[in-house]
Design a protein around this ligand. Sequence first.
Ligand SMILES: [Zn+2]
Length: 678
Amino acid sequence: MNILNTYFNTSYNTAPFSEIKDTDFLPAFKAAIDDAKLEIDAIVHTEDEASFENTIEALEFTGQQLDRIANIFFNLNSAETSDIIQKIAQEVSPLITEFSNDITLNEALFKKVKAVYDRKDTLDLTTEQSTLLDKKYKSFARNGANLSEEKKQQLRAIDKQLSQLKLTFGENVLAETNNFEMLVTNGDELSGLPEGELEAAKQLAESKDKEGWLFTLDYPSYIPFMTYADNRALRKKLAIAAGKKAFKGDALDNQKNVLQIAKLRFERAQLLGYKTHAHFILEERMAKTPQKVEDFLEELLVKAKPAAIREFKELQEFANTLDGIDQLEKWDSAYYAEKLKQKRFDLDDEKLKPYFKLENVINGAFKVAQKLFGLEFEEITSIDKYHKDVLTYKVTDANSELVAIFYADFFPRPGKRNGAWMTSYKPQFIKADKNERPHISIVCNFTKPTKTKPSLLTFNEVTTLFHEFGHALHGMLANTTYPSLSGTSVFWDFVELPSQIFENWCYEKEALELFATHYQTGELIPMELVQKIKDSSAFHEGMQTLRQLSFGLLDMSWHGIDPTSIADVKAHELKAFEGSQLFPDVKENCMSTSFSHIFQGGYSSGYYSYKWAEVLDADAFEFFKEKGIFNKEVATKFMENVLSQGGIEDPMVLYKRFRGKEPQPDALLKRAGLMPAN
Ligand SMILES: [Zn+2]
């Protein structure tokens, strides 16, 4: 018997990593999909009248074995992959897509779901059940289940075109990124660049059999160049190349694709009965309507603009004094900002790192969680792990009841993708009166310890750890009945609240006192350093905010209206940027043609979420600050109304229950120095 298809008879029912062979995955997936199909068939073929229990709840608990295998497999594919795992992923992904399409296109199943949905008001459901019913119904309706056969065909045709166009869009951006290289053969032209960047550029040149230093549009090459290179002409060259991606009128140009994607999204939304694509998307977001998003962006724009203009003028003067620059251009922004920041704060990572030994920081996060929510973290060695570096913990509450199993995987290695993320091996849910506790994991890429030096984190890594730990708490403290509503399964513009709010503790004296001590001397981090961290984090927030808002406005300008009459991508874009533009426009550049977030990825009508989440976390943390950052009452409210509730209710309702009112942008504006702190 394939171990993946059996009950895990392990301690805490954890995944038996060491007993799973790569060759187990494919047959296990196939068997689990077959089982899930049988479960679906059983729902469809039951003779009894469709009820919440025999249809909606039954559907919710189908495919649990498949989910469990998928969690293990795809988590491994991210954190500890191999050629074999990647090959299996290629084979398995279409099987899973096909299976989930089979469900949403299953007309007999939809009939049953709709029969329950139509009787919703007579069913006497709990709030959570009612949310689950809506969610299940919409998963069909939003895919066209209510449409006539003819319109269904139209929808499928649009979906097919859209997926092709998005693919092409992404391929063009990638090709444009890869096609550009800037070779510098005279080392004198590279003054200002740090040693490490020069070395990387030299190695890159060597790897392509070239003499000199090679720079590309990849972020690790592009960002340092724009930040440090003294040579203004080369900065200009690189910046214009970056802004020109897929906007050259050649075979890789994305203008037609942009227009076509926007148009098809609009048509799709109309077909489903929505006014625009943004209306369709935002229905399942905390913000709810395009109007709300536009008002939100406009309000912040009005409030951030004076500061942005002030910062811009100051930067202009600084550049003028330093180098006689008359007109600050886009390619000057990062360079002079970095110089000004250094001058003002004189803060570098090397000064801070000794106070942030990894073990101290993780214990600090545990202590904060202990003080706020009464959680205890105990390292355990009795469960299986997928790599020896992974740490495993048992998490219990004040009554010593099991809350969760927690995995922490901190160091980079081949086979782990970049970045940091939180994930789970098992969600929390309640079935047959048993509250199944979740298995949560965070994965990071922090500096490894050496024989002589422990892992010392940069401040950015410290906030990253707290960020992911905040997501983890959302998963660990979950307390819902249905797995699809549990933990982090919430609307997109709400999911970053628990993570971002947790970062705030890293800037607070009372919290830093718990863990930020020098790894050799044990001395507590000097508070003037902490103040510098705080001050520098608000540096140029006006300009940064304006930039983020301009992207959000551009996104809405494509998706919040009927785009069919737009013919000129660049002209449309200029209009969208009108109120937020600080730098002179570069006529040969265009943002939309390489704005992959919204035209290839899933951020269409969602770019505002970045700022939205910041408003939420600042507003929520202000509540803590008012009462004390370790105030039990506020913490309990946050746990009871947000962290434990997953997606069982509309996030605005949950938030107001915690905060007593809707979120306001004032706290963020104060934190960012865009509004006087009283
Ligand atoms: Zn996050």
